[in-house]
Design a binder for this molecule. Structure first.
Ligand SMILES: [Zn+2]
Length: 228
């Protein structure tokens, strides 16, 4: 430690959104627009293991034993990561915290650093509409053009508008039942966190059913308020 870091002003966002809500796209938009860095748990672990930090070595040993990395180790890795200069403006946490116990641990870490969670943003979707949106997707197996049963059907059923191929592909895990199950699992896992940040006053809900640009605008509005 050389005292070069000035942690107090950095923004901490938590982005919560179900699979298919475009969280990745929106996180990249926030990175560019606000100079933030997205930190996903998987990337954090991989980086720490590759860098061979103390916490990284601990994580590696646990993962090699086939066990889940403990909250303490993830927090230690996050503590190291937040010291890096690229986090000076702030971070977007993705995939952590997942539980209220982790949220408490995160709160304690941030408090050490004179920081707090500025906003936990919940990307809100309507499940029925999401199921329709995701399960209707298919692509041309020849040229890769994307289609949708309802929103972008082919002119002639089963034939690609672009290349005329009749080889259409659907992802097996994009069927309605699987999508509904993924959403249900998401809500079950996220509900306690949403309640947690609602109590702390950090929660913002944004409508994530609109066009990408509309969602981006709603998100930017929330982030601009807390980064000001
Ligand atoms: Zn095609």
């Amino acid at each position: 430690m050389d005292g070069a870091t000035a942690p107090t002003a950095a923004t901490v966002l938590i982005l919560l959104g179900p699979p298919g809500a475009g969280k990745g796209t929106q996180a990249r938009m926030l990175e560019e627009k606000f100079g933030l860095v997205q930190l996903s748990t998987g990337d954090l672990l991989r980086e720490a293991v590759a860098a061979g930090t103390e916490a990284g070595k601990a994580a590696k040993a646990v993962m090699e034993a086939g066990d889940l990395v403990s909250d303490d180790i993830v927090i230690a890795i996050l503590r190291d990561r937040l010291e890096k200069p690229d986090c000076a403006k702030g971070v977007i946490l993705d995939g952590f915290p997942r539980t209220t116990v982790q949220a408490d641990a995160l709160g304690a870490l941030l408090q050490e650093r004179g920081q707090s969670v500025n906003a936990a943003i919940s990307m809100e979707v309507q499940d029925d509409a999401m199921v329709e949106r995701i399960s209707g997707r298919f692509t041309c197996g020849n040229c890769g053009e994307g289609y949708h049963d309802t929103f972008k059907p082919t002119a002639t059923t089963g034939t690609c508008d672009k290349c005329g191929s009749t080889e259409m592909k659907r992802r097996a895990d994009d069927n309605a039942e699987t999508v509904a199950q993924r959403l249900e699992a998401y809500h079950a896992q996220t509900a306690p966190l949403i309640a947690y940040y609602e109590r702390s006053g950090a929660l913002s809900r944004i409508d994530a059913m609109g066009a990408i640009e509309e969602i981006a605008s709603n998100l930017s509005h929330v982030v601009a308020k807390v980064t000001a």
